[in-house]
Design a protein around this ligand. Structure first.
Ligand code: SAM
Length: 214
């Protein structure tokens, strides 16, 4: 469905997201809402020479189960850990990670301020927060086309292909409810992050937010 909905563009966004990570040798990365491991695999496969390790944390045990078996198929046995946990209450000690990543997961969190405070807590001082998420389209004409697609075509695709119209209706609504680029940047600043920045893709259809813990 992701490939169909985005015509495969989500793969490009995820590649750009992983390329944007400020990785140092032996970096410890926490990928929250990591699903079945897409981002973790891309990190391990893009930076083998830096020998990073990734902990994938997701709320849904089934996602983790599928992720573990995908990891075995791809030969990722070491350097990868899996944990079941909520972004709002992470099951990790303070100041453990160099980078916190979250890709298309922040939108699902109920209390953003709790999730951001948790991201801040588990990062080492100087550690980076990097988030890929749908965002607000900044070009009025593109926004019209995007809205027409999202509200009319997407839920129908969900119904026909995934036999699940409601989930795709939820997807569209959750994107509209998510803070705009500047609102999310303000939330990061109020959590205590510095060097807060963002980069839009397709005029804001999706966006990479980045920040650093002092
Ligand atoms: C759209 S998927 C994204 C998966 C992956 N990060 C990617 O980009 O392919 C969203 C994931 O967020 C997880 N999730 C939803 N709410 C969460 C929460 N509060 N804490 C942690 N994970 C959550 C879901 O289980 C799901 O795996």
């Amino acid at each position: 469905m992701n490939d169909l909905m985005s015509l495969g563009i989500h793969r490009y966004w995820k590649s750009q997201f992983v390329r944007a990570l400020p990785l140092k040798p032996q970096a410890r990365i926490l990928d929250v809402a990591g699903g079945t491991g897409d981002i973790a695999f891309k990190i391990l496969e893009s930076y083998p020479y830096l020998n990073p390790s990734v902990t994938v944390c997701d709320l849904t045990p089934n996602m983790i189960e599928v992720g573990r078996s995908r990891a075995l198929d791809r030969g990722h046995i070491t350097q990868l850990e899996w944990a079941c946990g909520n972004a709002e209450c992470l099951p990790f000690a303070d100041e453990q990670y160099d980078i916190y990543t979250i890709s298309f997961g922040m939108r699902n969190v109920t209390h953003l301020s709790k999730a951001l405070a948790e991201a801040y807590r588990v990062l080492k001082p100087g550690g980076y927060f990097v988030c890929l998420e749908f965002s607000q389209v900044q070009l009025p004409l593109l926004e019209k086309i995007y809205n027409a697609y999202s509200f009319n075509i997407l839920p129908c695709l969900g119904e026909i292909v995934a036999k699940d119209r409601d989930s795709y209706q939820y997807l569209v609504e959750s994107i509209r409810r998510f803070p705009t680029q500047s609102q999310f940047a303000d939330l990061l600043k109020s959590t205590g992050f510095v060097d807060v920045d963002w980069k839009n893709f397709m005029a804001g259809v999706s966006c990479i937010h980045s920040a650093r813990k002092k």
